[in-house]
Write a new protein. Structure first.
Length: 186
């Protein structure tokens, strides 16, 4: 039986509760949007296969609960992540400030990290595919000749840091912006 993909990458979405992680993952995996989602309890995941550099990459995207009471559960899933997507609501400056707290939680996975910034909208599907594909491409290209996650194994080594595309908070006023997503290699 032929293998349906060349590589499997485990990605995590993390950020405060209510910032749109579930909406983003459902937009990416199912190309659907529903504004009435309830908060994630614990952790969930979706899968989508993308073509990057002629390789079929199966992205296993984990949706973590943002509430403090689930933090010990969600941090257990950091192990084996090859990429981490930090999500915040750009209409809520506090959720952007809290990205630093989330970064402290994942620092053990990477000594250095470059962060790309993508302005996205799960509602209108702006830059959603581009953000996930960019992270998958970086993982694939930065991995070099290293043997990646096998079909039977969901956990993998941390990804080498990527060069930042942009850094710092977005320049436009918070209220005028519609969606934000930080990508950080795990």
């Amino acid at each position: 039986m032929a293998k349906a993909y060349d590589h499997l990458f485990k990605l995590l979405l993390i950020g405060d509760s209510g910032v749109g992680k579930t909406c983003l993952i459902i937009r990416f995996a199912e190309d659907n949007f529903n504004s009435t989602y309830i908060s994630t309890i614990g952790i969930d995941f979706k899968i989508r296969t993308v073509d990057i550099e002629g390789k079929k990459i199966k992205l296993q995207v984990w949706d973590t609960a943002g509430q403090e009471r689930f933090k010990t559960i969600t941090t257990a899933y950091y192990r084996g992540a090859m990429g981490i997507i930090l999500v915040y609501d750009i209409t809520d400056e506090k959720s952007f400030e809290n990205i630093q707290n989330w970064m402290k939680s994942i620092k053990e996975l990477a000594r250095e990290h470059g962060i790309r910034f993508f302005e996205t909208s799960a509602k209108s599907s702006v830059n959603v595919d581009e953000a996930f594909s960019s992270l998958a491409r970086d993982i694939l290209l930065k991995s070099g000749a290293r043997r990646l996650v096998s079909r039977e194994m969901a956990a993998g080594p941390p990804v080498p840091p990527c060069s930042p595309a942009t850094s710092g908070p977005p320049s436009a006023p918070w209220a005028e912006r519609r969606g934000g997503l930080d990508l950080s290699p795990g």
